[in-house]
Design a protein around this ligand. Sequence first.
Ligand code: MN
Length: 206
Amino acid sequence: MFYQVQLPYSYEALEPHVDALTMETHYSKHHATYTKNLNDAAEKAGLSHLGIEELMSSLETVTDQGLRTALRNNSGGFYNHNLYFSTMSPNGGGQPTGEFGEIFLKTFGSYEAFREQFTKLATGQFGSGWAWLSANKAGELKLSSSPNQDNPIIEKSGFIPILGIDVWEHAYYLKYKNLRPDYIKAYYEVIDWKTVAENYKAVVEG
Ligand code: MN
């Protein structure tokens, strides 16, 4: 069984950056549905015993095309939202610090340079999708974007996401309407860099 991450804050905790109604709908409806559909599809495919990363890496073993598509969309939807919700915090924002902060600066040159590139990817993802900050086992960092509920693991890029922004309209439309750039700007105020640094450590040491 796959379970939604426990939300580490209340629905209204990220106001005014992410509004309470969006949080509640996003977590208790959208994410809950991805999770339910993933569990149903994984059971049907006989893959319920796998860990989520292993499942996302084994999609090509599923011969039934409809089932494979359902697994791809819902494993991504489940995993991506667990990462998204757990890397935001009412005490978020600012810049990464410590050992991870040093690697981050070495990679991107400056926080502003990171922000510019990440914003460009998140804004430029046509239609629904995600923008990612990912790491590989060698400790390298990389930015990318994915359509739909895909991610760097499903794409077999060798990288594992440690931070991801959801740019599906359901993530911002209630508050920001068509203004995706305003939502992205607000998102930086709630990024939980401490958890992102822990995710980085887990990739490198895992
Ligand atoms: Mn979403």
